[in-house]
Design a protein around this ligand. Structure first.
Ligand SMILES: CC(C)(COP(=O)(O)OP(=O)(O)OC[C@H]1O[C@@H](n2cnc3c(N)ncnc32)[C@H](O)[C@@H]1OP(=O)(O)O)[C@@H](O)C(=O)NCCC(=O)NCCS
Length: 271
């Protein structure tokens, strides 16, 4: 078990300065306790010590990888997909100002490790079944299969040509490796699909170009974008205490100062 966790720690290039603490944590890590839970990931979510989640996710990488290889999925796609485990562990470390090592987004790790989601170039695509009906031209109904699009925070921009390439890759990938997943369309629920942003960003912005790919039949008010634009702890109550720096921070700051809100949109793209 220890070797398997450390193997994935190295493959996913976890920060080497975490290694000693990780080895110490493995020495008291009770895998059997997690595996006897009916819902291991829900149980881990409740745990105060987030390193248990990180170790469990690293341990499960091997199963995800083996299943992918059996399906013939290229190794580099499998490893790229698993990089989310490292990125989210690093987010947790940053959120705790470097004090803690662990993985708080354990339910997201569950999605990844379940084999329902793959990172294809810049974007991630999750095989999903919708729960809801969209009207006004919405393409889908409850129970429809869709490819849900996610935009990982890699630290890099969302270049239009990279997004285009990812969509192209997804068409080939799901046809080849999941031919029975007969998805109706692409779907995305995100702060990036907020038509308000068109007034706040330049027309050639990557976010605007990404949004323009989608039909957006429905939006709702949300503070999700605030956390992503200004940092995780941001709410409508404290956003005006922030010091805006990027173009988007500056324009969103002014918008909110003038009583405006940000939205999240539900978007669709035909297959
Ligand atoms: C999606 C993402 C890569 C887009 O970044 P981008 O490619 O730089 O986007 P744009 O070209 O539209 O950026 C226009 C301006 O807004 C700024 N901006 C974009 N995203 C920003 C963010 N999350 N926080 C602060 N500023 C941001 C850019 O720095 C740029 O500012 P500038 O005019 O000073 O240069 C970026 O927002 C990101 O990494 N987000 C985290 C992941 C995410 O949101 N996923 C979706 C979850 S539902």
């Amino acid at each position: 078990m220890k070797d398997r966790i450390l193997k994935w720690f190295d493959i996913l290039q976890f920060p080497t300065e975490w290694k000693t603490a990780t080895i110490e944590a493995i020495n008291t890590f009770d895998l059997a306790e997690i595996e006897k839970q009916e819902k291991p990931y829900s149980w881990l979510l409740e745990q105060e010590n987030k390193i248990k989640g990180m170790l469990y996710a690293l341990y499960k990488c091997e199963d995800f990888f083996d299943q992918g290889i059996k399906k013939g999925i290229p190794e580099e796609i499998l490893v790229a997909t698993l990089q989310e485990i490292r990125r989210h562990s690093q987010n947790y470390n940053r959120a705790t100002k470097g004090e803690k090592i662990g993985l708080r987004q354990i339910k997201w790790a569950e999605v990844i490790l379940s084999g329902r989601l793959y990172c294809l170039g810049r974007l991630e695509f999750e095989m999903k079944t919708t729960q809801k009906t969209w009207e006004n031209g919405g393409i889908t109904t409850p129970g429809a299969k869709v490819l849900s699009v996610h935009i990982p925070r890699t630290g890099g921009p969302l270049l239009d040509e990279e997004a285009e390439e990812s969509f192209k890759m997804s068409k080939v990938f799901f046809k080849k490796y999941f031919p029975d997943f007969d998805y109706k369309c692409y779907f995305c629920h995100s702060w990036l699909l907020d038509p308000t942003l068109k007034k706040l960003l330049k027309p050639d912005s990557n976010i605007v170009k990404f949004m323009d790919r989608f039909d957006i039949p429905e939006t709702h008010e949300s503070s999700a974008g605030l956390g992503i634009i200004f940092g995780g702890d941001t709410t409508y109550e404290n956003v005006l205490e922030k010091t805006p720096q990027t173009g988007l921070q500056k324009s969103a700051y002014e918008h909110i100062k003038n009583g405006g809100k940000l939205l999240e949109g539900f978007g669709f793209i035909e297959k």
